[in-house]
Design a protein around this ligand. Structure first.
Ligand SMILES: CCCCCCCCCCCC(=O)SCCNC(=O)CCNC(=O)[C@H](O)C(C)(C)COP(=O)(O)OP(=O)(O)OC[C@H]1O[C@@H](n2cnc3c(N)ncnc32)[C@H](O)[C@@H]1OP(=O)(O)O
Length: 152
């Protein structure tokens, strides 16, 4: 898959600060399938430093995990319905109902990090996703998300 999950979001839902392709001031995170899991790559700019020089502030870490989680939920739900993103109906859109983060190690700025997502469960409108953010092979943070399909 060469197109990012977020690139399938409808125009009207593409202004998220973390991942909206139509938000020129945002991070424009891009998430992709990687086998049965999902992955995003991102380099945190030094301006997002936390209190310790060279390390990112926690909100930035949570933001990346958050946006990758909702994108993953959309992709997992789509595949569970028997089709891929971009095939047929407009992709379902998920919002974060609950997100927990464990900060395990400092997350560096200025180096590429990867964020991965794994489907834990899917039940009706609810998708639970296990998430991890790693830098250079070290897992810096883990997250668990409950994403709920948005009802228009
Ligand atoms: C236009 C923009 C579009 C899209 C906007 C694009 C956003 C980009 C995404 C980036 C990620 C974000 O930051 S999103 C932004 C941060 N998140 C938000 O602002 C969401 C605010 N919360 C909400 O709008 C609402 O609470 C929802 C949509 C999550 C759920 O409300 P609802 O649709 O009325 O559904 P509701 O019946 O309450 O809940 C559905 C099921 O989930 C369970 N549930 C709900 N919340 C929780 C919870 N915190 N912990 C455990 N379980 C929960 C309920 O028990 C129920 O289970 P059962 O009884 O069925 O078993």
């Amino acid at each position: 898959m060469t197109r990012a999950i977020q690139d399938y979001y409808p125009e009207r839902f593409s202004h998220c600060f973390g991942c909206g392709r139509n938000n020129p001031h945002g991070h424009q995170l891009k998430s992709y399938w990687k086998g049965d899991e999902t992955i995003a790559r991102f380099t945190i700019a030094p301006m997002y430093s936390g209190g310790v020089p060279g390390n990112a502030y926690g909100g930035m870490v949570a933001s990346l995990i958050d946006c990758h989680g909702t994108a993953s939920a959309a992709a997992f739900a789509c595949r569970a319905q028997g089709h891929e993103l971009g095939e047929g109906a407009e992709p379902v859109r998920f919002v974060t109902a609950s997100l927990t983060i464990d900060y395990l190690r400092p997350t560096p700025v200025g180096k590429e990090v990867t964020i991965t997502g794994r489907l834990m469960s899917l039940e009706g409108r609810k998708v639970r996703v296990a998430l991890a953010l790693a830098a250079g092979g070290t897992v810096c943070a883990r997250g668990e998300m409950l994403a709920v399909q948005f009802r228009e």
